[in-house]
Design a protein around this ligand. Structure first.
Ligand SMILES: *Cc1c(COP(=O)(O)O)cnc(C)c1O
Length: 337
């Protein structure tokens, strides 16, 4: 496995820190909890999409593109990191944002990621819920071509075989960090959505034969659907890398959809508890859409005794905390007295 064969820009702050969470581990009285800080990848407040974009933007440059198009929900972290990368590299950036949550209050529509998208100079247009966003991007790209531009389409979440390379690399990075400090990782958990993060991690961990199981907590799709999505992208990534598809057995792709609640981007009580718990015990900010729900899953699994007391459990923090500013009402805060 030699990732240098693929074009890549280097703008992420890597390696991201791998930190213990002693106060939280003591509070929950379960396994030793660690956190891999992919919320600290540097660009525009960070997040997991930055690793993927190092490969995707390099591919765009290699193909002679002068602008990029991507899509996501209104408060998409991926959209924000894409337009930040585009700004840094001198590409024009077009965002198609889908009104997936149906929230239209000022904070949701203008604050958080939407505020930052605009600061990065993105050209933004909204689409109604349940639009065929891939078709919308194709149509938009055609318009740009008609105007003499050279667009490069980045899929939602940056999740294709090129983007997934960023998380193949993260698997190498995390395993190396753990080896350096003799930390035996028994479980790795993270939020899974468009599947590129988990597909890349599974490919990397399996190709290295690390023995570190990857556990995705779904923020949207039901379990079977999410696992198939991850598995298929893992297969395509292996193919792209010239590796045998046999490396990734179907059972190494595990997703749990018990913490989605009423749907993508809709707050749950367990997410609120998780965000509060990490903020007050470790000084770390999760987000309401992804890492908060994934961490709610981790808390529940600890309480249910899913892990052994001597286990070392790593939570991959995929970022997104600027979305907190889009959801101030969800947190029942006491206010200032
Ligand atoms: C996009 C995102 C995820 C999910 O990663 P995928 O690669 O899309 O599965 C998790 N957390 C945050 C904060 C994200 O923005």
């Amino acid at each position: 496995m030699h990732l240098s064969r693929f074009a890549r820009f280097h703008f992420a702050h890597l390696p991201t820190p791998l930190e213990p969470m002693p106060r939280l581990s003591e509070y929950l009285a379960g396994p030793s909890l660690w956190i891999k800080r992919d919320d600290c990848t540097g660009l525009s407040s960070g997040g997991n999409k930055t690793r993927k974009l190092e490969f995707l933007m390099a591919d765009a440059a290699e193909r002679g593109a002068d602008c990029v198009i991507t899509q996501g929900a209104t408060q998409s972290n991926h959209a924000r990191q894409t337009c930040a990368a585009a700004a840094k590299l001198g590409f024009e950036c077009h965002l198609l944002l889908e009104d997936r949550s149906g929230f239209h209050d000022d904070n949701y529509a203008q604050n958080g990621n939407v505020l930052l998208d605009q600061l990065h100079g993105a050209n933004i247009s909204l689409r109604p819920i349940d639009s065929d966003m891939s078709a919308e991007m194709d149509q938009f790209a055609q318009q740009l071509r008609d105007d003499g531009k050279k667009p490069y389409i980045i899929p939602g979440g940056g999740s294709n075989e090129t983007g997934a390379l960023g998380y193949v690399n993260a698997a190498l990075e995390l395993t190396h960090q753990a080896n350096e400090r003799s930390l035996r990782i028994d479980h790795l958990l993270h939020a899974t959505g468009s599947a590129g993060t988990q597909a890349g991690l599974v490919v990397g961990m399996q190709a290295m034969n690390s023995g570190i199981p990857v556990y995705g907590v779904s923020v949207d799709a039901p379990q079977a659907e999410q696992e198939v999505k991850v598995y298929r992208l893992a297969q395509r990534t292996l193919d792209f890398m010239g590796l045998s598809q046999n490396i990734v057995p179907r059972e190494s792709v595990v997703a749990n959809s018990d913490y989605v609640g009423d749907g993508y981007g809709l707050p749950t009580e367990s997410m609120i508890e998780a965000v509060n718990m990490l903020a007050t015990h470790e000084g770390i900010l999760l987000d309401p859409v992804y890492s908060g729900k994934a961490f709610a899953g981790l808390i529940d699994l600890v309480r249910k005794g899913f892990f052994d007391k001597g286990d070392n459990v790593v939570f991959l923090h995929t970022g997104g905390s600027v979305a907190l500013f889009a959801y101030p009402k969800a947190f029942h805060l006491p206010g200032i007295h």
